[in-house]
Design a protein around this ligand. Structure first.
Ligand code: KIV
Length: 271
């Protein structure tokens, strides 16, 4: 089943209902107006303005340097390019970890200045009270558990998380805490498929997996990975649906050849 056929705007309510009807949710990252317009035409349900933009757009090694202002800039461009999808923005590193008050101010700025419909935060019980404060102010929150990239220096690598019993149990109780705090959905990143299935079955809100197997209620990929635009590294879960990187290089080469050989512009392309 899919909600893609419907032209109705996707809301956090639609996302919650998808769990009840068994409708699989589709989510991709989007960082700009043009890409949002294209992905919206494809009927993708949710756009995540991910802080992965720090890596794939800005070329940083991690997501850590990304700022609230940068997220607002990209989010407002995505909102302008979107008619149907639900647009959610990642709260960047250190914009919500210090105090719940500061987190609420930053979440409020992101909502007011970009026009997105909610925010995403990484972490479990440690951020549950903060999430509850943000949700209580009327701001929808998506959670994010498992391999949470903002904690990369604590993890030490991008390996699969929660393979061991203790961490798996912690993840299950974190997921419950996020649901109780008011999250409308939770991203599960790079965790064993069986654990993701168990978490998905135990929650009344949808899980959206990335490297978390087929049992999640939806799937998310970084659009630049999925389209073959970002090829620095390729995680096993990141299925490539195109090789746009090679196609862009080829098109740029043909353009350069035409300019060098005086084949561009033609008379029809001139005034
Ligand atoms: O920033 C991002 O792109 C994300 C996805 C990997 C879920 O958080």
């Amino acid at each position: 089943m899919s909600i893609e056929g419907s032209l109705k705007k996707v809301t956090t309510q639609t996302v919650r209902e998808a769990k009840l009807t068994g409708t699989r949710l589709t989510m991709l990252t989007a960082y700009d107006f043009t890409m949002a317009r294209l992905l919206d035409r494809a009927g993708i349900d949710i756009f995540l303005v991910g802080d992965s933009l720090g890596m794939v757009i800005a070329g940083y090694e991690t997501t850590l340097p990304v700022t609230v202002d940068q997220m607002i800039y990209h989010s407002s461009a995505v909102v302008r390019g979107t008619t149907r999808a639900l647009v959610i923005t990642d709260m960047p590193f250190m914009s919500y970890q210090v105090t719940a008050e500061e987190a609420l101010i930053n979440a409020g700025r992101i909502m007011k200045e970009s026009g997105v419909s909610g925010v995403k935060l990484e972490g479990g019980k440690a951020v549950a009270a903060t999430i509850n404060k943000i949700v209580s102010a009327g701001i929808p929150v998506m959670g994010h558990l498992g391999l949470t990239p903002q904690s990369i220096h604590q993890f030490g690598s991008y390996k699969v998380r929660a393979k061991e019993k203790t961490e798996a149990e912690q993840l299950i109780s974190d997921a419950r805490a996020l649901e109780a705090a008011g999250c409308f959905a939770i991203v599960l990143e790079k965790v064993p498929a069986q654990l993701a299935a168990q978490v998905t079955a135990s929650l009344s809100i949808p899980t959206i997996g990335i490297g978390a197997g087929p049992s999640c209620d939806g799937q998310v990929l970084v659009s630049y990975d999925m389209l073959g635009l970002f090829t620095e590294f390729k995680p096993r879960f990141a299925r490539r649906y195109d090789d746009l990187g090679s196609r862009i290089i080829e098109s740029a080469r043909r353009y350069a050849d035409d300019v060098r050989n005086k084949k561009f512009p033609s008379a029809e392309e001139s005034y």
